[in-house]
Design a protein around this ligand. Structure first.
Ligand code: AMP
Ligand code: MG
Length: 318
């Protein structure tokens, strides 16, 4: 990672995709909406531009970036070989919240892959994101557009809060649909292996490939070293609870979950797991603004989207 200073000028806010595309093409940094969370994009094949992403976020150099493409050809161009089951996943879930880890084509710089021989690729299901990739004419490397370790941004205002003055442009869209990041699946072995649960569930993937499985923690450490860092943590203590109904919450506490926590100063009652996931990170940021010291989060059953939600809750509370 290089240690050049990020830009310190005011970040440009715009809804004009062509302005953002020009910026990416000339080596700049653009935050943009996707269906999962807001991403911080740079030309994936430009090592200098990618290095600036790490500086702007304060991201550890061993945590690789996901490269965003606008079509299937982009995936094939970035990888030296795409296994048949990965093609099946593309057919079933692209565009959408699924990232495929594939053998790297030599043109992808090690700065983007954090020194790995693999590259992570995804096609976002968002018109602004797709237009940005198409109009810039480059592949767009984009991690979540938050300062490293913080909750991911689900609205452009969250990006502004974390990165104003550190990046060139924020492409303003609506709040994101899922609110949690994509599922990351390793496609370099005989069978697909989930490295990070996300918007596409194990149950969804099993319908396409019956031998899909979660990685063991040893395999995860080898395949995805960046996942060991702290993640998703607000400036408040996060405590996970089974059932909050009988909880006596302190005065400065917040609660998010399905039921209970009535005495909390700030409270979000979700109608289902998708609604909970959709609001989690924005709730964390709202709690910060209101000076909440402790956030109680109701645990969910680890199935479907619930698995991804529990992953984020556990990391936020660790
Ligand atoms: P973020 O974009 O901030 O949500 O983080 C990207 C996620 O993708 C992290 O969990 C990375 O570890 C993972 N990732 C990106 N590239 C690779 C790769 N080549 N191999 C394994 N995991 C990857
Ligand atoms: Mg992230």
């Amino acid at each position: 990672m290089n240690d050049r200073h990020p830009p310190t000028k005011e970040t440009l806010l715009t809804t004009d995709v062509s302005v953002a595309a020009d910026c990416i093409r000339s080596g700049g940094l653009v935050a943009f909406p996707t269906e999962t969370v807001y991403g911080l994009g740079a030309n994936a094949l430009d090592s200098d531009a990618v290095a600036r992403v790490f500086v702007a976020k304060g991201r550890p150099a061993n945590n690789p970036l996901i490269v965003h493409v606008a079509d299937f050809e982009g995936v094939r161009s970035l990888s030296s070989s795409v296994p048949e089951y990965a093609e099946s996943f593309m057919e079933a879930f692209f565009p959408g919240p699924l990232t495929l880890v594939l053998p790297r084509d030599p043109k992808v710089p090690y700065g983007t892959t954090a020194g790995l021989e693999t590259v992570a690729v995804r096609m976002p299901d968002h018109p602004m994101a797709l237009a940005l990739i198409q109009q810039s004419g480059v592949f767009v490397a984009a991690p979540s557009a938050n300062r490293s370790g913080r909750p991911s941004p689900t609205a452009w205002e969250d990006v502004y809060e974390d990165l104003n003055g550190r990046i060139d442009v924020i492409l303003k869209g609506k709040p994101t649909k899922y609110g949690l990041e994509s599922t990351v699946v390793d496609c370099t072995g005989e069978f697909p292996m989930i490295l990070r649960p996300g918007g596409v569930s194990l149950e969804d993937l099993l319908l396409v490939h019956s031998q899909t499985a979660y990685s063991t923690s040893a395999a995860l450490a080898a395949k995805s070293p960046g996942t060991a860092h702290r993640h998703y943590q607000p400036n408040a203590q996060v405590i996970l609870v089974d059932h909050s109904r009988s909880l006596n919450l302190p005065e400065d506490a917040a609660f998010i979950g399905f039921s209970g926590g009535e005495t909390a100063r700030l409270r979000f009652e979700a109608v289902d797991v998708a609604d909970y996931a959709h609001h989690l990170f924005s709730f964390f940021r709202q709690c910060e603004k209101e000076g909440i010291r402790t956030i109680y989060c109701e645990k969910v059953a680890p199935f479907g989207m619930g698995r991804a939600l529990m992953d984020r809750l556990e990391r936020a509370s660790s």
